[in-house]
Write a protein that binds this ligand. Structure first.
Ligand code: FAD
Length: 467
């Protein structure tokens, strides 16, 4: 079995297939595992995530994967999400005593940045999602409808759109509301906030991302497999409608009974030759799946400027501030001194792509100083900006029709990656789902079916009464 790509999709497929008794050989082009969800070490010894990654309680497959590879204990879950506007008003989301779907009622009622009219509109829209069990009839309109259209049809106020829906969804889906299929947006609220009390809990790694994957190599190797880094695949060879080999630098070829290609979709589109596109027409459609950017800004201050582990900012370019010093504890070099390391995240950061790095630093620093009074007297020791122009696939209305399933019409070729048909947006959960589905497809075709995909969190509390 050959797996190409050592991101979460390739790793989850590889670990599952190794567990099913296959000898897995994984080839990754970079020097690290984890793909887009990884970290590296700066020359001064500090660990830096490619970008802050978070998970939610409703990401059941990612949780299962972390458990399989011994990393579940490295994710810290938080029950309290804090929002702050430029006027310093604080809003919280935290489950109270009531059962689902009323568990957020208390914190929502007291959410200071929203007006009563904003809240009334939001509550009615939530009721609509509840009645439809996460589906509303207009989600099935041909070609899909945008989330903005869905909200307008439900007469949401401008305040509710900007300070609630946009804040949650741009972060969760990495796209603006007018370019997001409402199906994904509605799903975030159904799975994350309504159907189960635990769905919204935010999981944040307490170690640099690359350290989450140490167990993957062990799982694959202890069953006779291998993990090869710095090994980019350059070509795929076919004969009689089947994959016969993959080719690496220097003309080296490797063969296997089955191949899982777990690459980002632009890389897969580039590797697919005309013959492959003729045999499997869905490979010719990959160019129709767009991409969306995320920008991460890293600040190191000479002293502590923030107590909370993270905060969401409203009405600013900066969307999230993560207190990496607190989250990492002793596992990062920065924690050794008294300074503080913050990571800022800006999803769907189209406006920043062309801006010079210094301009982004100045803009974000001003916003941090506005939000955190202690930062005003602190010295910024160093700063860096990481722009990911193709961070995720864009969840545009109707995008699902271009996402191929994990099995293909080419014998021996399986696909994995957050962009394949999982029903989920581009997330770590989506990537792991795709890996598990690819492993299931390999085993089904080999005549030894086995299930890896985990069920969603069950609807709990009073939710069943509504549905
Ligand atoms: C800045 C940023 C922030 C994000 N934040 C979050 C978040 O908070 N929560 C969340 O759930 N998701 C987040 N995501 C999305 C998440 O990272 C991805 O959905 C997920 O990691 C995708 O995994 P994957 O395995 O499908 O793809 P990838 O991680 O891209 O893995 C593909 C692998 O294939 C390798 N590869 C490519 N070409 C070749 C080749 N020719 N030969 C061999 N190997 C090759 C690549 O090097 C890579 O390792 C974020 C993404 C980015 C970029």
């Amino acid at each position: 079995m050959i797996v190409i790509g050592g991101g979460l999709a390739g790793l989850s497929a590889g670990v599952a297939l190794a567990e099913a008794g296959w000898r897995v050989r994984l080839f990754e082009q970079s020097p690290f595992l984890g793909g887009r969800a990884t970290s590296y070490v700066l020359p001064d010894g500090e660990h830096v995530d490619n970008c802050q990654h978070v998970t939610l309680g409703c990401c059941t497959n990612l949780e299962d994967f972390y458990r399989r590879v011994g990393s579940a204990g490295k994710i810290k879950f938080f029950d309290r999400l804090v929002f702050q506007d430029p006027q310093g008003r604080i809003g919280e989301m935290q489950a109270g005593m009531l059962p689902a779907p009323f568990h957020m009622t208390g914190s929502f009622a007291g959410f200071a940045p929203l007006t009563l009219a904003d809240k009334r509109g939001i509550a009615l829209a939530m009721l609509d999602i509840l009645r439809g069990k996460g589906r509303t009839a207009d989600l099935d309109e041909p070609g899909g409808i945008s989330m903005l259209e869905w909200l307008k049809r439900r007469r949401q106020t401008q305040g509710a759109i900007e300070r609630f829906w946009r804040v949650v969804l741009v972060s969760a889906l990495d796209e603006e509301l007018d370019r997001t299929d409402a199906r994904f947006g509605v799903d975030v609220f159904w799975k994350g906030f309504l159907s189960n009390r635990k769905g919204y809990r935010m999981g944040v790694p307490s170690v640099p991302l690359a350290e989450l994957y140490d167990g993957c190599k062990t799982e694959i190797e202890k069953r006779g497999g291998e993990v090869n880094l710095r090994m980019p695949v350059r070509a795929i060879h076919l004969a009689d409608g089947a994959v016969t080999a993959v080719e690496f630098d220097g003309g080296r070829q490797e063969t296997a009974e089955a191949y899982v290609f777990a690459l980002p979709h632009p890389a897969m589109a580039e590797l697919a030759n005309e013959e492959m596109k003729r045999l499997e027409p869905r490979l010719a459609e990959l160019g129709k799946i767009g991409v969306a950017p995320i920008t991460g800004v890293h600040f190191w201050f000479d002293r502590e400027v923030m107590k909370e582990p993270f905060v969401t900012l409203l009405d600013t370019t900066t969307q999230w501030i993560f207190n990496k010093t607190a989250l990492y504890g002793a596992s990062n070099g920065a924690g050794k001194e008294r300074g503080q390391y913050l990571q800022l995240v800006i999803s769907a950061s189209y406006d920043l792509l062309q801006k010079p790095r210094q301009e982004i630093i100045d803009l974000c620093l001003k916003e941090v100083q506005q939000a955190l009074p202690a930062a005003r007297g602190a010295r910024l020791v160093k700063a860096t900006v990481i722009k990911e122009a193709a961070a995720t696939f864009s969840p545009q209305p109707g995008v699902d029709r271009w996402r191929p399933t994990q099995d293909t019409l080419i014998q021996g070729m399986f696909l994995a990656g957050d962009w394949t048909a999982t029903g989920w947006p581009a997330t770590m959960e989506g990537a792991v789902r795709s890996g598990y589905l690819a492993a299931e497809a390999v085993l089904r075709i080999a005549g030894t079916p086995r299930k890896f995909l985990q069920a969603d969190l069950p609807a709990d509390g009073f939710v069943g009464w509504f549905c």
